[in-house]
Design a protein around this ligand. Structure first.
Ligand SMILES: Cc1cc2nc3c(=O)[nH]c(=O)nc-3n(C[C@H](O)[C@H](O)[C@H](O)COP(=O)(O)O)c2cc1C
Length: 252
């Protein structure tokens, strides 16, 4: 086998902002460091640096919005045995991870089910800037009934979830494209007084109110956006807007 033929492996470290992800009970291992608390910055700095030193490409932050309630229609067992529970909000640890490292990427799971696309894009773009482009969005649509219960919504069927996802991503892409490249222009030095000029593309047409809600105008942030870095575990099945990368299980 020549060097050219060699395949390159990419490594993602799977975690959740909580006691454990799928490796339930691993916190009991004597070498597990969750004992010094998953809810401290030091824990995530240590985790991030360890992954970077271990040549991981990225840390993948999985998430669910509420404890599962599939077992006996209740979340009691999940809470009692700490199965992916408790889980804190995932985007809050991203700046901690990216400031502790130089090149580790961060895959961030956020659901399109309950958040308005405008605030979603604003948050993601801010994180994208702060990390110098190291984040990617794992787009999911909330498949667990407990998540819909937590937000006080009736769960839609699967096709309804994917229809909303489709429309939602169309809005997100328009928002990210709403500023011209190089839109923020510094036209003067400190001695002449600072003049900042901002150009936006012509205002987005007001999108018809759909399940994502209506959106008028452009996004309140500068480029770069997440264009080129969306990846979808759910979104990969969406037909019109394709993610830039897909993480799928075998049946996908
Ligand atoms: C590798 C991988 C990781 C995923 N991570 C999450 C996650 O963190 N949170 C989530 O809500 N869904 C996640 N999903 C998506 C759900 O698994 C998916 O919606 C669920 O399997 C239900 O399938 P359905 O949407 O086809 O009904 C992930 C999927 C894959 C393949």
């Amino acid at each position: 086998m020549t060097t050219k033929d060699k395949k390159k492996a990419h490594l993602l470290g799977f975690i959740q902002h909580g006691v454990n992800s799928h490796a339930t009970g691993m916190w009991r291992h004597p070498k597990d460091k969750v004992g010094w608390s998953f809810s401290t910055p030091e824990y995530w700095q240590h985790m991030a640096r360890t992954m970077e030193r271990g040549l991981f490409d990225a840390m993948f932050i999985a998430d669910e919005l509420a404890p599962y309630n599939t077992h006996e229609n209740s979340s009691d067992a999940i809470v009692r045995w700490a199965v992916q529970c408790p889980t804190h909000e995932p985007s809050t640890i991203v700046p901690i991870i990216t400031t502790a490292t130089k090149h580790l990427g961060v895959g961030l799971t956020l659901s399109t089910a309950f958040e308005h696309p405008y605030s979603m894009c604003r948050r993601l773009s801010s994180l994208d800037h702060l990390s110098a482009g190291r984040i990617a969005w794992n787009i999911v649509s909330s498949y667990s009934k407990s998540e819909w219960d937590a937000y006080g919504h009736t769960m839609t069927d699967r096709s309804g979830r994917y229809e909303r996802l489709e429309e939602y991503m169309g809005v997100c892409y328009q928002l990210w494209d709403s500023w011209e490249p190089g839109a923020l222009e510094d036209q003067g030095g400190p001695s002449r007084g600072q003049v900042l000029q901002v150009r936006r593309t012509p205002l987005l047409r007001a999108l018809a109110a759909g399940t994502s809600g209506s959106v008028a105008g452009g996004l309140f942030r500068t480029r770069p956006g997440l264009r080129g870095k969306t990846c979808g575990s759910d979104f990969c099945r969406s037909s019109e807007h394709r993610p830039d990368a897909a993480i799928c299980n075998r049946s996908d």
